[in-house]
Design a protein around this ligand. Structure first.
Ligand code: TYD
Length: 222
């Protein structure tokens, strides 16, 4: 059962690890707020107190700690909590929601790169989430070798997925493009192998066109 969502103003930014989603999500939030709009920024896995607990299990440790199916179930447990506690209440009060990753990461990482198949992901999606889909999904695309180097340079201990190797991440990149091609009205692929400012500008143009807004790109947040 979903909370009543009046108007769907959820924008997802997704893509390979190290694609610059974090900065671009923060910049998009700022652009919305600068225009006087009420907006929140959230993320997956995580985005609610309980889902952040599950995140800790997922992103640390060795790659083989969970198989793809267990990962998928944990991702969807976290996603359901995130939707119930954070996303749906915000949408119900008319706020914009920007999410750094959402269900297309499960389709790409577990479904395609992790070999479970998209049908399996869709079955779990239907029973845990139902019909709800974000209004717009932006896929930041760049060669996985550049993206992985960026993710590696960032450091930290949330590197369980990075350690799955270059082949896995090449499949993740292809998978995002494959998923995006299924619904060109809702998915936009943004070329991310260029400057942060150019990527921000490209994102703002897509958002402005999709929602008929006049937002300005933010160039301050890094
Ligand atoms: P994230 O914090 O976005 O990583 P990064 O900032 O390095 O891009 O996500 C953590 C990892 O979780 C990331 O490697 C992708 C993975 N993931 C999945 O495999 N399936 C999912 O459904 C989600 C939401 C994330």
């Amino acid at each position: 059962m979903t909370t009543e969502v009046q108007t769907n103003k959820m924008i997802v930014i997704d893509g390979v690890d190290g694609s610059g989603k974090g900065v671009q999500s923060r910049r998009l939030l700022q652009s919305l707020q600068d225009a006087g709009l009420q907006a929140i920024l959230t993320r997956e896995p995580g985005g609610s107190s309980a889902a952040e607990d599950i995140r800790g299990l997922l992103v640390t440790g060795e790659p083989e700690k969970w198989d793809s199916m267990t990962e998928l179930l944990l991702m969807y447990a976290a996603r359901r909590s995130h939707l119930r506690d954070t996303v749906w209440p915000a949408l119900a009060t008319g706020k914009w929601v920007i999410s750094d990753r959402y269900a297309d990461s499960s389709r790409a990482f577990q479904g395609i790169a992790g070999n479970l198949g998209l049908d399996t992901v869709e079955q779990i999606h239907r029973v845990t989430v139902g019909e709800f889909e974000p209004a717009l999904v932006l896929i930041l695309d760049l060669p996985e070798s550049i993206a992985l180097q960026r993710a590696h340079d960032r450091g930290g201990d949330e590197d369980r997925f990075e350690k799955k190797g270059a082949d896995y991440h090449a499949r993740v990149r292809d998978a995002f493009l494959q998923v995006a091609a299924t619904d060109p009205a809702r998915y936009h692929v943004i070329e991310a192998d260029r400057s942060m400012d150019q990527v921000s500008q490209a994102i703002i143009e897509v958002v402005n066109q999709h929602f008929d807004l006049r937002l300005q790109a933010n160039r301050e947040i890094v």
